[in-house]
Design a protein around this ligand. Structure first.
Ligand SMILES: Nc1nc2c(c(=O)[nH]1)N[C@H]1C(S)=C(S)[C@@H](COP(=O)(O)O)O[C@H]1N2
Ligand SMILES: [Mo]
Length: 407
């Protein structure tokens, strides 16, 4: 721990990296200068000027980076010490255009076909809501989060750290549904979920449909969710009904789920067979390569971002371990030469949720490379380096995920 050498600001300086507030900062320059909060360089990127598309117009523009209509990233600084990511701040990623508003107009009539069970049948969301209810907090993270840090220029959205959030889901345990229908058929090894988007004509459905298989062991934690953060699930995030597989990468959390099958084999849909497969740079995807299922241990700093004041700072971040709870987080303000253990803060929402952390650190004038390194309860730690792979998946190297802060 370090001692306090300068007065604390009344608030964490999270407004500094918030583009929409920069105008406001100018207006109160005098007051902020007095707090030592004025040494920042405004960086205006092209994306920041892009407006949110209509289907997510309800989200908070200043918290989001619009890469494209179907790829919207959360600003690193929007998370701060957040335990649960507000829906209006959460990233969005669609492989196909999001369905129109009619999909959530009468949610309870939505139908999902349950197959690969001994008594297969179609259930409405209204029926699911009467079977049982549970909640689970889990990190929703795109497989390509951190892709922007790969030097080989991996194709796909250039996500930094913001294709992730921690969400509270409400729904029925999948196991309850499967048990009510006589249990899964003998030999079933996978849970296969199919997205309910309408597919464009003239293309092979296998090439475009969102259908994913996850190992049967996910049955213990998977839920069919109709609420996100205590509100009916919006269509942007898979409403009226979504398969949630806690601790698994985003793609496995199938939105608008219309079919759930307990299957002997993985789906042959392209998104499973060759997509979301980890392989060396330059190699094509194939079913024998590892699939993006369970998430690896990861963390990143959320504050400060690019500049801060001299003296005591609160360094914030978030850490999670996929299906495994977080044990500790270390932070370095000298690029990884020396480390200090951060304090994990906030309520523990279970193993799949992320844990905000904070470290009090004395920062002297100059440049500081601030990095964080999480370790889960099984002893897995973030590596220093990324593991290069063709599509830039699963990056959890601590070195690339740090921030360079000027005091
Ligand atoms: N039906 C369907 N489910 C889907 C997708 C999709 O395009 N269609 N995208 C997947 C991917 S790649 C990710 S990262 C997450 C994103 O979830 P979000 O948009 O709610 O943030 O949804 C997953 N589930
Ligand atoms: Mo994703």
């Amino acid at each position: 721990m370090t001692s306090q050498t300068s007065p604390m600001p009344p608030e964490p300086p999270q407004t500094l990296d918030n583009p929409a507030r920069r105008t406001l900062l100018k207006g109160s320059a005098g007051a902020l200068a007095a707090l030592g909060l004025m040494q920042f360089t405004p960086v205006v990127r092209a994306e920041e000027a892009t407006l949110l598309p209509d289907y997510v117009a309800w989200k908070r523009q200043q918290d989001l980076i619009v890469h494209g209509r179907e790829t919207i990233e959360t600003e690193r600084g929007a998370i701060r010490s957040g335990v649960v990511t507000p829906s209006r701040t959460l990233f969005v990623r669609n492989n196909l255009p999001a369905p129109d508003t009619s999909i959530t107009e009468d949610p309870d009539v939505w139908e999902v076909s349950i197959e690969g069970v001994n008594e297969p049948r179609t259930l409405t969301l209204g029926e699911l809501k009467r079977m049982d209810v549970t909640t689970v907090a889990s990190v929703l993270q795109c497989s390509g989060n951190g892709r922007a840090f790969f030097p080989h220029g991996a194709s796909g959205t250039q996500w930094s750290v913001g294709a992730a959030g921690c969400v509270v889901w409400t729904g029925v345990p999948l196991k309850t549904v499967v048990d009510a229908l006589g249990g899964s058929v003998d030999g079933a090894r996978y849970i296969t979920g199919t997205g309910g988007e309408e597919l464009p004509e003239g293309l092979d459905p296998k090439d475009i449909m969102v259908e994913r298989s996850v190992p049967m062991e996910a049955m213990e934690s998977a839920i069919l969710a109709w609420e996100m953060n205590d509100e009916p699930l919006d269509r942007a995030h898979g409403g009226p009904l979504r398969l949630v597989v806690p601790g698994y990468y985003g793609v496995n959390n199938v939105k608008y789920v219309k079919r759930l099958a307990m299957t002997k084999e993985q789906t042959e849909a392209k998104i499973q067979a060759s997509g979301y497969r980890v392989r060396d740079v330059g190699v094509g995807g194939s079913p024998d390569q590892p699939s993006m299922w369970e998430m690896n241990v990861k963390s990143w700093v959320t504050l400060p971002l690019d500049s801060t004041h001299e003296g005591q700072n609160l360094i914030y971040g978030v850490a999670f371990g996929g299906v495994t709870a977080i044990d500790k987080v270390e932070v370095s303000v000298d690029g990884g030469d020396t480390w200090q253990e951060a304090e994990i803060i906030g309520p523990d929402l279970g193993p799949y949720a992320w844990r905000p952390f904070v470290l009090k650190a004395d920062l002297s004038p100059g440049e500081h490379r601030i990095v964080s390194r999480a370790t889960d309860v099984e002893g897995n730690s973030q590596p220093r380096e990324r593991t290069d792979n063709e599509r830039g998946y699963g990056h959890n190297g601590w070195e690339d995920h740090g921030v360079t802060v000027t005091v």
